[in-house]
Design a protein around this ligand. Structure first.
Ligand code: MN
Length: 319
């Protein structure tokens, strides 16, 4: 299942992408309960499939099972134009092109990023591969929806791309054993850790250069874990304006998704909706000769097999 967060008529909602359609999970669940004569179907639907990804994920496997069931119920009706129109009028189904996608988790409780998790990338930055994961944080204000334009900042011309696999946590846990760690993942999505290099490096803490407004495209969908049984067997590519600049298998990550979950959960409780961005492979802009900084008119396309394609047009700021 490909879960999305989207904005329709000014309200944030959660859906499942199904071909050209997005099934609105809260409304589909309401219809599901109403058909069965359940009392207060709307309240039941909002309790189990609320229109907030973080809250929905907190419902765990029960919520995801209901989501799959309601999508399977709606799907045959979408194949018949008059029925599809009726579902569209009721806001149960939306045409994917008619809504604005948000980051699949618009406001994660935590965004934990990992630096230098690919050996060649550590070396192109002038360092040795780390023996301990290097974590830094992002805040939700720094996320950007899939397909949304990234507006270049006034303060810097050293704007760089970093394609990354992101794991989304689906279950609360502390001191999680590595052998069970992937059971705590709801699914995976694509991340572009756009980095403002001069601000990243002017102090020992990278935080500011990694937290410019709307500098972290995430999405388009949260692909549930059942569709990605092994997150270390994927291929990640980054194309900037049609030129292939990054390409690597996730099998060469230094610290695997399972290792990172086990390691970081020794320190803090992971919660549904938390994001772990697993780092970028070699080929970023600053390490190229000459450097390849992002400029207005570029499109950055990060693609990960089984997970999706995240496109971000780069634009100049107004004025
Ligand atoms: Mn990164």
């Amino acid at each position: 299942m490909r879960l999305v967060s989207f904005s329709a008529r000014g309200h944030a909602r959660v859906g499942a992408l199904d071909g050209d359609w997005i099934v609105d999970l809260t409304r589909a669940a309401r219809a599901h309960y109403a058909d069965r004569g359940v009392t207060r179907p709307g309240a039941r639907a909002r309790a189990l499939l609320p229109p907030s990804m973080t809250q929905l994920l907190a419902g765990g496997d029960e919520a995801l099972a209901l989501a799959r069931e309601v999508v399977a119920e709606i799907r045959p009706h979408l194949a018949h134009a008059p029925e599809a129109r009726a579902l569209e009028n009721d806001g149960v189904a939306w045409r994917a092109g008619d809504v604005r996608l948000l980051p699949p988790v618009p406001a994660p409780p935590k965004i934990l990023c990992v630096g230098r998790n690919y050996a060649e990338h550590a070396r192109e930055g002038g360092g040795e591969p780390p023996t301990i994961p290097i974590y830094f944080g992002r805040f939700p204000h720094s996320l950007l929806g899939p397909g949304e334009p990234y507006v270049l900042p006034a303060a810097s011309e050293q704007v760089d791309y970093e394609g990354e696999l992101a794991a989304v946590i689906g279950r609360r846990g502390r001191d999680i054993p590595e052998s069970q760690a992937l059971d705590y993942v709801a699914g995976y999505t694509v991340f572009n850790d756009i980095s403002i290099r001069d601000f990243q490096r002017r102090t020992t803490q990278w935080m500011i250069g990694k937290n410019f407004d709307r500098s972290g495209p995430l999405g388009p969908a949260l692909v549930t874990r059942d569709e990605v049984p092994n997150p270390q067997s994927l291929v990640l590519t980054v194309d900037v304006s049609g030129e292939r600049l990054q390409e690597a298998g996730t099998d060469i990550m230094i610290f695997t998704v399972a290792y990172l979950i086990a390691d970081v959960s020794r320190a803090l409780t992971l919660e549904p909706g938390d994001i772990i961005a697993t780092g970028t492979p070699s080929g970023v802009g600053f390490a190229r000769k000459p450097p390849r900084w992002l400029r207005a008119g570029d499109t950055v396309r990060v693609s990960i097999t089984k997970v999706g394609v995240l496109e971000t047009p780069v634009v100049a700021r107004a004025g």
